[in-house]
Write a protein that binds this ligand. Structure first.
Ligand SMILES: C[S@@+](CC[C@H](N)C(=O)[O-])C[C@H]1O[C@@H](n2cnc3c(N)ncnc32)[C@H](O)[C@@H]1O
Length: 243
């Protein structure tokens, strides 16, 4: 059954934060400054586009199919344009974006080649597309999702496209150069409310008893101190160059 992000919007807004490594990489490799024009695809509650705007004063837009996610994003800022749409049918016509990016979204996109082709048309020459996702290794290594809820590993392997597949699809969409960057963050986790509230979509996709087992294990470990958490992402970058 597809996830209903409308019903997840409040939980998501309360519990999901920007990964600092992803933000730094988007700014640095995306070469974002106050003159940049960005588009976030699957912006959800606007976490990343708002953080990029606040850090650089760039202009930007975010699209997402979920009206409830967008309502939260709009309540947080007037500085960005948010519109209801899917990656498969980006509602823009003119090239001019310096960076088009998505975070934790590409596994929901049913026609990735159409998304990547349209993104290539919307970038200015030299503009970059970034797909922030999880490699198979990221999925296996993440703590506490994979360590405490091991049933999520098979679920995620089944729904996340492989990095090599994404790279090939981005190249086939007309991007001259495609490369990857990885970020990771080790941190002490003591607030597990986001896990209780299942703010991570794979926790909706495992059996109830597997979810309960993982929660009990987290509670037990927390009794003797924070959990040593590890958050990882792989960024698949592509640059649009005129041939
Ligand atoms: C895990 S959330 C990530 C939200 C945001 N990028 C973030 O990191 O905070 C996934 C988002 O993808 C959106 N989404 C689902 N299918 C999509 C599609 N076909 N095109 C664009 N966004 C989609 C959902 O509505 C949801 O907001």
């Amino acid at each position: 059954m597809p996830l209903n992000y409308d019903s997840l919007a409040t939980v998501y807004a309360r519990n999901r934060n920007v990964h600092p490594g992803v933000l730094v990489a988007l700014m640095a490799t995306g070469k974002i400054d106050s003159s940049s024009h960005i588009l976030e695809v699957g912006c959800g509650t606007g976490n990343y586009s708002i953080a990029l705007h606040e850090a650089t004063a760039c202009r930007g837009a975010g699209i997402d199919p979920s009206a409830e996610m967008l309502a939260v994003a709009r309540s947080r800022t007037n500085a960005l344009y948010f519109r209801q749409a899917k990656a498969e049918s980006l509602p823009f016509t003119q090239p001019g974006f310096d960076l088009i990016f998505s975070v934790d979204v590409v596994h929901h996109v049913t026609d990735r080649p159409a998304f990547f082709r349209k993104a290539a048309r919307l970038l200015r020459p030299g503009g970059r597309l970034c797909t922030v996702t999880d490699s198979a290794e990221d999925i296996r290594r993440r703590v506490p999702l994979s360590s405490h809820f091991p049933e999520t590993v098979a679920v995620e392997m089944g729904r996340y496209p492989r990095i090599a597949t994404l790279s090939d699809e981005m190249a086939a969409a007309g991007f001259g150069t495609v490369w990857t960057e990885t970020v990771e963050l080790a941190y002490p986790l003591s607030d597990i409310q986001g896990y209780r509230e299942r703010a991570y979509s794979s926790l909706h996709l495992i059996p109830a008893n597997a979810f309960q087992r993982g929660m009990v294990r987290m509670e037990q470990e927390l009794a003797s101190g924070p959990i040593a958490a590890l958050s990882l992402y792989t960024l698949v970058w592509a640059e649009f160059t005129l041939r």
